[in-house]
Design a protein around this ligand. Structure first.
Ligand code: NG1
Ligand code: ZN
Length: 533
């Protein structure tokens, strides 16, 4: 096997670059990724062996990035993001010189006490990018060289691969997460959705912009498993689902475009008050929006989805008589709008925890609650339920028809929500379910609270690594003295809040600011940015 790795590594030479497993795995121009994907295949085999042969997932995607980019990330057995300590092993292997790959591989094997005789099992999938098949070939070369068993799921959304990873590892156990197939995913969501909206009416269609990515064909498939609008179900209009012209991926459409440009895709034909949403290129982010006849474009972002879900599930838990025994909480990052935090704490009366950027941190913090709702403002998030919550929903004896109905809805939600990772398709059905239960249009949803005006700026700096933070990235500890200057500025603005942190995915510093008015938010952001330059 040793020779196999050496020989295979030589076929996937490393360019003269330093790679880093970041918040979204490895991500860059696709033509630089061949050696990285090959080495990630080796890491997947090691990780599976380390865990006694549990199945590891590998997803090849660059999410909302432009079509010429690609990326690769690893999925742990229960469908979570790769355990933190292993990011460093992946980085080490990705940066080893070609001739050293085999040695580094065996050193990791030895240091981590991995038995090379243990089976290694890997499943993988990719998004619709043209560079995908070639990168898959590099992955397969690694899996063969490392003697791993593997299954190719071809085209999937990222959350579908997370789902399949968990299903594979729980198959035949009491924790079984669903049938181990793409069809199993659609059936699970379809059945749960029908249960969740039973007796409710979904008014009008929802238009889903699929970013011209893998979410398009997958949503079209999912629709076949959902009750139709005419049968008391949902009417879904799919737009931007062109996967045959790869250059259209994420181009002037998709969740990232809508969130960062604060406007609908230019191709949108939505009429006033029409419910619209956008997925990103691998369908793990979701953003809603509509055109208000009075106020124009209104964005309903990840913070809004989190507050909507927390309010709904909180109400259901109360109706089911479970509010006392279940701890419900919301997890956000510093980018969450201050108004949403206030709404959760003051109006909903639920605790909010703030974590550093990156879904793995949010997910981890959410698992500390019985019902943990977490979303990044950009629309990536989900809800996780503790074993205790699942048990309570199952065994609680209803004392009234209202309690019985709340319990049944809660049980349906635990199947409808993809608890492994943020899933735009599942999140979209969740939002539709909640709006139907509350009999809300997007306008009522929008009126729950008013966002503080905010501005996010990208600042080019000589060395972003100079900027070190604490307190969930809300305060700078280095360069010394800078935080004091920021604090002094912030004090001068009504409802002012601002922070600076190095991006984990781009070579830049990000400055976020919010304040009572649009012009003050802009002013604060540019002044803090100037301080950081
Ligand atoms: P960075 O580049 O570290 O700010 C961005 C997003 C995150 C997260 C990651 C991974 C913002 C401000 N940051 O991280 O929320 O989604 O990319 O995709 O949106
Ligand atoms: Zn994504």
């Amino acid at each position: 096997m040793a020779d196999a790795i050496l020989a295979a590594a030589a076929k996937h030479p490393k360019p003269d670059l330093t790679f880093q497993y970041g918040t979204a795995g490895f991500r860059m121009k696709a033509n630089l990724l061949d050696s990285v994907v090959f080495r990630v295949g080796l890491v997947a085999a090691l990780r599976s062996r380390k865990l006694g042969g549990l199945t590891i997932g590998v997803m090849i995607t660059a999410s909302h990035n432009p079509p010429e980019d690609n990326g690769v990330k690893l999925v742990d057995p229960m469908g979570e993001m790769l355990e933190n300590s292993w990011e460093a092993y992946a980085t080490t292997l990705a940066n080893a010189p070609d001739a050293e790959v085999e040695n580094v591989y065996h050193k990791l094997e030895k240091d981590l006490k991995i038995n090379p005789e243990t089976p290694a099992r890997v499943i993988y999938a990719r998004d619709t990018r043209t560079s995908g098949p070639k990168l898959v070939a590099a992955l397969v070369d690694a899996l063969k060289a490392a003697g791993a068993e593997y299954t190719d799921y071809r085209l999937l959304t990222t959350p579908q691969l997370h789902y399949l990873t968990r299903c594979t590892n729980t198959e035949g156990t009491p924790q079984s997460y669903g049938d181990v197939s793409e069809k199993g995913y659609y059936e699970k969501l379809g059945t749960a959705f029908a249960r969740a909206i039973k007796g409710k009416k979904i008014v009008g269609p929802v238009t889903v912009d699929c970013a011209n990515g893998v979410g398009g064909p997958k949503l079209a498939e999912l629709v076949k498993y959902l009750p139709k609008g005419s049968e008391g179900g949902i009417d879904i209009k799919i737009v931007n689902d062109d996967v045959l012209r790869p250059e259209t991926l994420n181009h002037e459409c998709g969740a990232d475009f809508v969130k960062t440009k604060q406007r609908a895709p230019p191709s949108s034909k939505a009429a006033p008050n029409d419910r619209c949403c956008s997925l990103d290129g691998d369908a793990d982010r979701l953003i809603y929006y509509f055109n208000d006849p009075e106020h124009g474009f209104r964005l309903l972002d990840g913070d809004r989805i989190a507050t909507l879900a927390a309010s709904f599930i909180g109400d259901l838990a109360r109706e089911a008589g479970l509010a006392e025994e279940l701890k419900i909480g919301v997890v956000q990052t510093a980018y969450a709008n201050g108004a949403s935090t206030k709404y959760v704490e003051k109006t909903l009366g639920l605790p909010v925890v703030c974590t550093p950027t990156g879904v793995k941190w949010l997910h981890h913090a959410a698992t500390k609650f019985d019902v943990g709702v977490y979303f990044e403002a950009n629309g990536h998030g989900t809800v996780v339920f503790s074993q205790q919550a699942l048990k309570a929903f199952k065994i609680k004896e209803p004392e009234s028809p209202a309690q019985a109905s709340a319990l049944e809805t809660l049980r349906a939600l635990t199947d409808l929500i993809n608890q492994t990772v943020g899933d735009a398709l599942s999140d979209m059905l969740l939002v539709e379910t909640i709006l139907a239960h509350k009999a809300w249009t997007p306008r009522e949803w929008d009126l729950t609270y008013t966002d503080l005006p905010n501005r996010l700026v990208r600042v080019e700096v000589a060395d972003r690594n100079m900027f070190k933070t604490t307190d969930a990235e809300r305060k700078l500890v280095e360069p010394s003295g800078l935080q004091e200057q920021i604090d002094a500025l912030v004090k001068k603005f009504k409802d002012g809040r601002s922070f600076a942190r190095a991006s984990g995915t781009e070579d830049a510093l990000r400055v976020y600011a919010e304040a009572a008015t649009r012009s003050e938010a802009d002013d604060l952001a540019s002044k803090v940015a100037a301080l950081c330059k």
